[in-house]
Write a protein that binds this ligand. Structure first.
Ligand code: NI
Length: 171
């Protein structure tokens, strides 16, 4: 089932997601719906808050293998020192893309839907997607990580999403 995505301006995007205590059928179904929602919206990642569920759940696509990763309670174990600046977007920010500086490598630990604990040593685009989604779980959005100059460049578009989000909520 494809779920509706919350847009910038929705307070849930600023909430901290809670850890999942029990991986039950509901969580597995939610992750499967998140995967479907991400694909339907042509995204590469989606966090629980974005579909109105403040739980530590993310769905991401591994751009190297094309495989979907459904992760529970993901946590950054370590970040590399080297930084990289690349263009980023977000399903909660339609039409907004901007360059964001992030560490090029990230080691992430998480649980899979079958309850297995895994460690992902990611670099490049996958490391970026994982950092972006784990930020969502902390209530942090990619626009928070823009340089002041780039932030100014997207300010006008941000105001438009704000009103778009409100219209959407009133439907
Ligand atoms: Ni996002």
């Amino acid at each position: 089932m494809s779920l509706s995505i919350r847009f910038y301006g929705d307070q849930i995007l600023r909430e901290k997601a809670q850890p999942v205590e029990n991986i039950d059928g509901k969580i597995v179904k939610l992750l499967s719906d998140m995967r479907e929602t991400m694909h339907a919206a042509s995204g590469v990642g989606l966090a629980g808050n974005q579909i109105g569920v403040p739980l530590q759940l993310i769905a991401v696509i591994n751009p190297e293998t094309g495989e979907d990763l459904l992760l529970i309670n993901p946590r950054i174990q370590s970040l590399g020192e080297e930084k990289e600046v690349e263009e980023e977007g977000c399903l909660s920010f339609p039409q907004i893309f901007s360059k964001v500086e992030r560490p090029r490598k990230a080691t992430v630990e998480a649980f899979t839907p079958s309850g297995k604990e895994i460690v992902i040593e990611a670099e490049g685009f996958l490391a970026r997607i994982l950092q972006h989604e784990i930020d969502h779980l902390q209530g942090i959005l990619f626009i928070d990580r823009l340089s002041p100059r780039r932030r100014l460049l997207v300010a006008g578009k941000l105001r438009k999403i704000n009103s778009y989000g409100r219209e959407d909520a009133n439907r």
